[in-house]
Design a protein around this ligand. Structure first.
Ligand SMILES: C[S@@+](CC[C@H](N)C(=O)[O-])C[C@H]1O[C@@H](n2cnc3c(N)ncnc32)[C@H](O)[C@@H]1O
Ligand code: SF4
Length: 358
């Protein structure tokens, strides 16, 4: 298990709902911002008082954290006790990023930002239901550099309707030209209850996504960005600590509506709406909605399912000799570990089904 302690803070506000997004975010509740941030501060203070360990990583995500005033957001961060050298990330929308905002973040202990680029091709952004102008990405990254950030991430998505292989190559090349230390590239996923789910003609095609995965992995490798989890690439030393904590079943607190948390096999999650979260916290009650406790066997299986997706791989005995021979294109042995090949990364769910957890 990861030795650190993570903190996730959810900011549930967005300017517009993207067609593919199933996260618990809202476009009509900005008037709650001030009360919501106050509830976050109170909730965090209570956890600190009940011995929440200093955080080795903090991730302020959403939603759109850059929609709320930077000073106020930083006052929430100020309530979290940080361990020495903690990684502190804020998720940013390129449209909102200004140099002043980045300086405020940097001056308050944020040392990493994650910018939601998604695509640099106008018609692909429109197809994803995104509002930002691709030129704002360049501007945002300049502000990130100017404010003195030593590391940052860019998020991109492949597989939107109407995105050609050349469109995708352009996005990947544009991203490489920005020289990011870390990139997350996600295959567009059709989530239930989204606008995308109700339009089957816009759903991504598996073969097209496989081709796009090969393109992105190839081009990133050539530029020194190495794959360390199916959807994540980094220059050495820039791997995301907070992600690694999740993948190694580490402990983390979650603050805000719909935030999830995990402590030694108990997982819990908060009420989904910001108004309910505010109400409960202000009344001195717990915002927890539900929880589950995993037995040892389930934890062990989940550990393998998470690890197999990373370049650390799983212990050698985790796949039977018979399955190894059957999946020789998908899994390779490295020292005493089994690690997915590039083809295997595209079939990770199938490989995960064959893991032996005892
Ligand atoms: C939930 S968003 C929050 C950050 C910010 N609001 C944004 O959109 O850039 C985090 C990332 O999840 C990814 N994402 C969300 N829904 C997705 C989906 N259905 N398929 C693939 N990626 C998705 C996007 O790349 C996005 O940058
Ligand atoms: S993808 Fe990001 S900006 Fe779009 S609705 Fe989801 S959280 Fe908001």
């Amino acid at each position: 298990m990861h030795p650190g302690h993570g903190v996730y803070v959810h900011i549930p506000f967005c300017a517009k709902k993207c067609d593919y997004c199933a996260f618990a975010t809202f476009t009509d509740r900005h008037q709650l911002t001030s009360n919501y941030l106050e509830a976050l501060r109170i909730d965090i203070r209570r956890s600190v008082a009940t011995a929440m360990p200093p955080a080795t990583s903090v991730f302020i995500g959403g939603g759109t954290p850059t929609l709320v005033p930077a000073n106020e957001l930083m006052s929430v961060l100020g309530e979290i006790k940080l361990a020495t050298g903690a990684e502190v990330t804020v998720e940013c929308n390129p449209d909102d990023v200004t140099l002043a905002m980045m300086r405020t973040y940097r001056g308050s202990g944020v040392n990493r930002v994650s910018v939601g680029v998604q695509s640099t091709v106008g018609h692909v952004l429109a197809s994803l239901g995104r509002t930002h102008n691709p030129e704002n990405v360049q501007r945002a990254v300049s502000a990130v550099h100017q404010a003195g950030f030593k590391t940052f991430n860019l998020d991109i998505i492949y597989g939107a309707a109407g995105e050609s292989l050349d469109d995708w190559r352009k996005t990947v090349n544009d991203v490489v030209a920005l020289d990011p230390p870390h990139v997350s590239a996600y295959g567009l996923t059709v989530e239930a209850n989204t606008a995308l789910a109700s339009q089957p003609d816009r759903h991504p095609d598996d073969d097209d996504q496989a081709d796009k995965y090969e393109i992105v992995d190839e081009l990133f490798n050539q530029s020194g960005l190495l794959n360390y989890e199916i959807s994540n690439w980094a220059k050495p030393g820039h791997e995301c600590e907070h992600n690694s904590l999740y993948w190694q079943q580490g402990n983390y607190h979650g603050f805000g509506s719909a935030a999830h948390a995990h402590l030694d096999g108990r997982r819990w999650w908060n009420v989904r709406t910001p108004e309910r979260y505010i109400e409960l916290v202000m009344a001195g009650e717990s915002p927890e909605s539900s929880s589950e406790t995993l037995d040892a066997q389930t934890r062990k299986r989940e550990a393998l399912q998470l690890l197999v997706r990373t370049r650390d791989g799983v212990p050698f005995g985790s796949i039977s000799q018979f399955d190894l021979e059957e999946m020789s294109e998908l899994v390779e042995q490295r020292d005493n570990k089994l690690v997915l090949t590039r083809a295997g990364r595209l079939m990770a769910n199938e490989v995960a089904l064959r893991l032996i957890d005892s």
